[in-house]
Write a protein that binds this ligand. Sequence first.
Ligand code: 3PG
Ligand code: MG
Length: 394
Amino acid sequence: MSFKRLSEVDVRGKRVFIRSDLNVPQDDDGNITDDSRIRASVPAIKDAASRGAAVMVTSHLGRPSEGQWSAADSLAPVARRLSELLGQDVPLIRDWVSGGAWHAALAPGDVVLLENCRFNKGEKKDDEALAQKMALLCDVYCNDAFATAHRAEATTHGIALFVPIACAGPLLAAELDALGKALAQPKRPLVAIVGGAKVSTKLTVLRALAAKVDALIVGGGIANTFILATGGRIGKSLAEPDLVGEAEGILKAFPGKVPIPVDVVCAKEFSATAAPTLKKLDEIADDDLILDVGPATTALFSKLIAHAGTIVWNGPVGVFEFDAFAAGTRAIGDAVAGSSSFSIAGGGDTIAAINTFGIADRISYISTAGGAFLEFLEGKTLPAVAVLERRASS
Ligand code: 3PG
Ligand code: MG
């Protein structure tokens, strides 16, 4: 990979714009439940600030509607945590795209956090006019957001085309190195576990993934979509009805590779206090919500995991944040931690689960990225990386 690295750039007296991935999981009250991504982003920020740069950091948080600020998606809790970790005040700047007094006042060693970049109209569409405006804010652009490297958005892609210098931060570079080495020639069988709530974006990478791996364990809304594809019932559970055909196609193209859950834990409402009921698939009622996999399913999955040579894991298989629906993800975590394979796990919620269950030291490599690491595994060029390479060669 040939791109410029932050460590090679003389940033003294320069304005440095760092795109991090500070998209951390939060509880209903907005408390950060796992700060791994913030901690992983600190070295780049510290490096630039300590070498005399005035540092602007931004990130997305969640998937807010563009063009309007909302408290629920504000980076305010992140600014507080970042201030603690850096040991210096990190002000949060609300309307930052066109600069202003805050920008004129930036001094060497300062660090400011620019409010959720997805509040800006045009961010997700990689709007060129927006990217050009943001580029005017800085002398050096540094992308350290490996977990968002699969998205071509204005702060991950467009801006890099218009800045004087575009480089990679230490986290982005280290993740690419580590995953590249681990996945160049993976020991077989290669078992992937893909769960979580982001059904539509992940389902579309599954076909390519299924071709690469020896077994593909699915969980969450993805598993529900597969259950639908086999003619099963899921009540009112999360799924992607439009992608049932895609799931069906994957099952046909790769017979036996994608095991379907055989039992699940249901509830009548999505809440921490909902009563859990263990059901076989044919017992699911129209008003049931599948919130976890059952013990027969975890036994099936654990067996596959135990025989793996390499495991890649992204996404919980149930709503592990609620105790009554955590057993499935806990069992998967224990199976991954207990296997002698090389295990790679990643993604905001997956890291949170791993830390909740206290198994982090038994996972071979933990990536900050979920979706990005699946696309990397798929062999796709990540657009945020491609643009840094393009800038380095021109
Ligand atoms: C993630 O959590 O996978 C990254 O932060 C990317 O988020 P996105 O799927 O909303 O683009
Ligand atoms: Mg996430």
